[in-house]
Design a protein around this ligand. Structure first.
Ligand code: UDP
Length: 262
């Protein structure tokens, strides 16, 4: 296998989390997959959208926004505010992030609160949407641990952690975690979002002017499953580290669905 950065087909880029990157958010982390770096934050507001109040929907809400900073790309990307319209790609990605995160949060147990998730790409080198989902999960974990510590929640309303990674078919070979050059030249592009138990949350697979076989798809899914297990371990460590920075004693991470423990 001849990847531009000499990785094996099943090798992740270096995945890292730097919690507390945005101190004014309820929870934040700088999530990196190699040179792709995304600032992910979660801000919790004690209110819910008007439509929920009008329709008498109980519990809370989670919404996500995604954007690429102008200097995150090789050629400067104009801000939406300067262009005067929202980028369609960003809109699609922020919906994906919101759906993915809502699937594993117990919105009823969250109470009448809204979690605002912001994913701002600092440096883009492929896989910004999957990096955003993976990092946002950590930011939310830290933010909710804060509420727990303050006694505003009885338990963490996190059913499962959610994690994401990209795969693709490059030079006729299924590979994991594509960088920009690989993404550009891949014949198949695949984004996989899963829970820590390896249940699917969302699967986006598309042949770019190409088709793909059953076996290529299965190969990509196997690559992703192995990687997600590795990433989830790092996410848990980051949530615990991020919470330790904020609190003298570590909050009780017991959740209804599972436990955030290593
Ligand atoms: N990209 C870019 N400018 C853009 C959109 C994308 O430079 O306006 C680059 C960036 O490196 C990004 C990659 O193309 O990570 C792949 O973009 P894609 O739309 O497939 O989303 P991603 O892989 O980032 O989730």
């Amino acid at each position: 296998m001849n990847r531009p950065d000499k990785r094996q087909a099943d090798e992740l880029r270096k995945v890292s989390f730097q919690p507390g990157i945005a101190p004014n958010a309820s929870g934040s982390v700088l999530c990196s997959f190699g040179d792709t770096r995304v600032i992910c934050s979660a801000t919790i507001e004690d209110d819910v959208p008007r439509w929920m109040k009008h329709q008498g929907v109980k519990g809370g809400w989670l919404t996500a926004e995604y954007s690429m900073l102008p200097y995150s790309t090789l050629d400067r990307k104009q801000r939406d505010s300067t262009r005067g319209k929202v980028d369609g790609r960003s809109m699609e990605i922020q919906r994906l992030i919101g759906r993915a995160l809502r699937s594993t949060i117990d919105l009823k147990a969250l109470g009448q609160r809204t979690i605002w998730v912001d994913c701002d790409v600092l440096q883009a080198d492929g896989g910004t949407r999957t990096t955003s989902i993976t990092g946002a999960t950590v930011a939310i974990g830290i933010a909710l641990a804060d509420l727990l510590e303050q006694g505003k929640l009885k338990a963490l309303p996190v059913k499962k952690l959610v994690s994401a990674v990209s795969c693709g078919v490059y030079l006729d070979t299924p590979i994991l975690d594509l960088n920009y050059v690989e993404d550009r030249d891949a014949s198949v592009d695949c984004n996989i979002v899963m829970t820590e138990d390896l249940d699917f949350v969302e699967l986006q697979v598309s042949g770019e002017e190409a088709t793909f076989s059953d076996s290529e798809l299965n190969n990509m899914l196997s690559l992703a499953k192995k990687a997600i297990s590795e990433i989830v371990t790092l996410q848990k460590k980051a949530i615990i580290e991020g919470s330790k920075k904020t609190f003298s004693s570590l909050p009780d991470f017991s959740t209804q669905g599972g436990k955030i423990e290593l």
